[in-house]
Design a protein around this ligand. Structure first.
Ligand SMILES: Cc1ncc(C[n+]2csc(CCOP(=O)(O)OP(=O)(O)O)c2C)c(N)n1
Ligand SMILES: [Mg+2]
Length: 739
């Protein structure tokens, strides 16, 4: 062996096996595809040097892998006791979409395994990088222990609570995150590099090794010569390492240095591995359409398998014949396994497909809240007094929605030492609207902190933190600014359970300030009311409280669901109602609610997907189905109509996903006249879903809808022309009553 590489003969032989295994898996995937039995042919051929990266790490280091990391996967499996993980069978089961595939159960072909600490990644280029930054943050947090959580050590001890979900990874773990060369240009990757560097700059430790597997191509597009090295080398705060990924000894030597540097210093680094891509991008790729035969041939001369074979032969570790026999032997095993798994049962029903997506255990959620209430009223009472500065929120009179969220977050931070609040301006300033005011002083900067200005990174931090056993409660400052980062919710957060059958979860409650009607502070970006992008994310819970008491109860529910079921929730707070105090007349305080003391949390618990009905007069003439700002406007209209003898019920949906179907149907049927008051846009808005739910349920009564105009919102009073107003609600209500 090359004496300075640290690679022993035994290791080289074992890694050669992993490389050969990976190559045969690629070949088998293509044969299975050709036979109509396989569904995935993106392979690892040419990238098998990544076996050397696996060898430089420990199998307990969490890894988020590039889709060409087959040899890494095989090498890591070989690091465990024999028979514990059958990498060949795992991968082939993925290829044939077998329901027995151990991580995704046939839902996708991913590299993932809890035994191997390989966390499945999606096919969306670079979307796993922000999570990797978050995971490194969480690993380091658990290493530093309680003290680093600000003053939380005392909270935890005082309240006699379990402190943290036991960290899944050792305290000195390094997070590995690999990706391709074209991927370095993706906004999500750039965000992650920047956030890792920014964090390092601020002194935050992040034990994170990025690995760029650089084959020079993104499908058919060449990375400009030198660009990948140039861009990776120039990332502030990220130490650059470079190796020839076709040369196992070089890869191992450099990877070892990189890993030990990251492990020792707890700082981010990137390993730039030069590889080749053999056999095209995927099975169906006709490479000759965009590469010359000479280029393709040149890459073949760099084949990492042949390079490792030469290394072994030159070092006297094996003869060419022995290596050929080994190649055939592994090939035979792969073929045998492929034959064994090809006809395994696939997912057989819609119910099977969706089973792991977003399980809900409402009874456990309710019990969790009841237990937290007992603690808050008992063991943690002194703690509450201390944190609230002697003025418990239940004793200080009725609250606005903003005050209720603030008090509830405080109580949740007391009861959940693993909870973190972070986002833009949430800490020092206390949020643009003061909703998180005082939290940093109460819980310290390690648990309540300002992030850099990047929504992708804020959500990525949540993704990794949740995965690492923390309970992230990130804030997105305005709904309009979620959209540029939305894939972190859709593609990453909401899909984690789906692609890992619940083996991995990223519990999270994303608070978002949104919706329209801010008088005097107009314009689209601060009044965005588009929730369509959230409502169709499978499994995502979307909560929209309209009143203070609901906000408190629903926030507790979202956090408990995160804890119990790993639920990902968006908690959409209507900005215009944050500080609203009155309902019908100035000074009536009708929009305030008292804060429920802990002994009332169980009684006032609001389950996910349950609406709230407010009745005016007899309540039997008209049903208004609405949410958010629509609730307050509709209640004002209902009061006027009731005075004229038209009894109305106003139903606050409270949950936009899942919609409160049973309540919708029951309340609609009670009057046979339904008015949907939808403050979101007519097209793609919430009202479409509500009406469709009624139709699906066989509702045959009258129905009307008022909704916002399909436009972005203009600045100033012109917004009133396109938003739903009380006059439109009243007109529609009267029309229905007259029908
Ligand atoms: C966000 C996103 N855009 C486009 C694609 C389609 N796509 C799949 S692989 C790929 C090229 C990736 O190239 P690179 O990062 O160099 O990885 P390689 O396949 O070369 O290993 C593209 C464009 C995708 N998966 N995700
Ligand atoms: Mg590439």
């Amino acid at each position: 062996m090359r004496p300075d590489s640290g690679l022993t003969g035994t290791m080289a032989r074992e890694l050669f096996d992993a490389q050969v295994t990976s190559r045969h898996l690629d070949l088998a995937a293509r044969r299975l595809r050709a036979d109509g039995a396989g569904y995935y042919t993106i392979g690892s051929a040419g990238h098998e040097g990544n076996a050397g990266v696996a060898a430089a790490l420990r199998p307990t280091d969490p890894a988020l892998l590039h889709y060409r990391s087959g040899a890494f996967y095989a090498a890591r499996a070989a690091q465990l006791a024999e028979g514990k993980v059958d990498a060949i069978r795992d991968v082939l089961r993925g290829v044939v979409a077998s329901a027995a595939e151990p991580i995704a159960g046939g839902r996708h072909k991913v590299f993932g395994s809890t035994d191997l600490n390989v966390i499945p990644t999606t096919s969306t280029i670079a979307s796993h990088l922000p999570r990797a930054v978050g995971l490194a943050f969480a690993v380091e947090r658990s290493r530093q222990g309680l003290d680093a959580r600000g003053s939380s050590g005392r909270h935890a001890a005082d309240s006699g609570q379990p402190v943290l979900v036991p960290p899944a990874w050792p305290r000195d773990a390094v997070v590995l995150c690999s990706f391709g060369d074209a991927s370095v240009n993706h906004a999500s990757a750039v965000a992650a590099f920047n956030t890792a560097g920014w964090s390092d700059f601020t002194g935050l430790r992040l034990p994170l090794l990025f690995v760029c597997e650089d084959n020079g191509l993104g499908i058919s597009v060449r990375s400009p010569a030198g660009w990948v090295g140039e861009t990776l080398r120039s990332r502030p705060g990220i130490r650059y390492f470079h190796a020839d990924g076709c040369d196992l000894a070089d890869t191992y030597a450099v990877a070892r240095s990189a890993v030990s540097w990251v492990r020792r210093h707890r700082r981010p680094a990137v390993l730039h591995l030069r590889t080749v891509r053999l056999m095209g991008h995927a099975g169906a790729d006709a490479e000759l359409a965009y590469r010359t035969p000479a280029e393709i041939e040149h890459d073949l001369t760099l084949d990492p398998l042949l390079r490792t074979a030469r290394l072994l032969v030159d070092a006297g570790q094996a003869s060419p014949m022995e290596l050929l026999s080994r190649y055939d032997e592994i090939g035979w095993r792969v073929q045998q396994t492929a034959a064994g798994v090809r006809d395994e049962p696939k997912l057989a029903s819609a119910a099977e497909v969706v089973a792991p997506l977003a399980p809900r255990r409402p009874l456990r959620v309710a019990k969790t809240i009841a237990r937290a209430a007992e603690r808050a009223a008992g063991a943690a009472l002194a703690e509450r007094h201390r944190v609230f500065g002697g003025r418990l929120p239940e004793q200080t009179g009725p609250q606005t929605l903003a005050q209720a969220v603030n008090a509830t977050l405080t109580d949740l931070m007391i009861s959940h030492p693993q909870a973190l609040v972070f986002g833009e301006d949430v800490a020092r300033k206390g949020g643009v609207y003061g909703v998180t005011k005082g939290l940093r002083d109460r819980f310290g900067p390690a648990r309540v902190f300002d992030t850099l200005l990047d929504e992708t990174s804020i959500l990525g931090l949540g993704l990794g933190a949740g995965l690492g056993g923390l309970l992230p409660i990130p804030e997105i400052q305005y709904l309009a600014y979620l959209h540029n980062a939305e894939d972190q919710l859709r593609g990453e957060a909401a899909s984690m359970r789906f692609f890992s059958q619940g083996a991995y979860r990223n519990p999270m409650v994303v608070r978002i300030a949104g919706l329209a009607y801010q008088k005097g502070f107009g314009g689209h970006f601060h009044n965005d009311h588009s929730v369509a992008v959230l409502r169709d994310i499978p499994g995502l819970v979307v909560a929209v409280p309209s009143r203070a008491d609901d906000a408190a109860a629903m926030l507790r529910t979202c956090v408990a669901a995160a804890e119990v079921d790993g639920t990902v929730s968006v908690f959409l707070e209507p900005i215009a109602l944050y500080h609203t105090r009155d309902l019908h007349t100035d000074g009536d305080g009708g929009w305030l609610s008292p804060y429920a003391a802990p002994d009332r949390w169980a009684d006032t618990h609001v389950p996910v997907g349950r609406a709230r009905s407010h009745s005016y007069g007899t309540g039997d003439r008209l049903t208004v189905l609405t949410f958010g700002n629509g609730v307050r406007m509709s209640l004002r209209v209902a009061a006027r109509l009731a005075e004229e003898g038209h009894g109305c019920r106003v139903v606050d949906l409270r949950w936009l996903a899942p919609l409160p179907l049973a309540d919708i149907v029951r309340e609609a049927g009670a009057t046979g006249r339904v008015l949907v008051v939808d403050e979101t846009r007519r097209s793609g808005g919430v009202g479409e879903g509500v009406l469709a739910a009624l139709v699906d349920a066989g509702y045959v009564g009258l129905a009307r809808r008022v909704a916002a105009v399909d436009t972005f919102l203009p600045l100033g009073p012109a917004a009133d022309h396109v938003l739903v107003g009380e006059d439109a609600i009243e007109r529609a209500a009267r029309a229905l009553l007259a029908a």
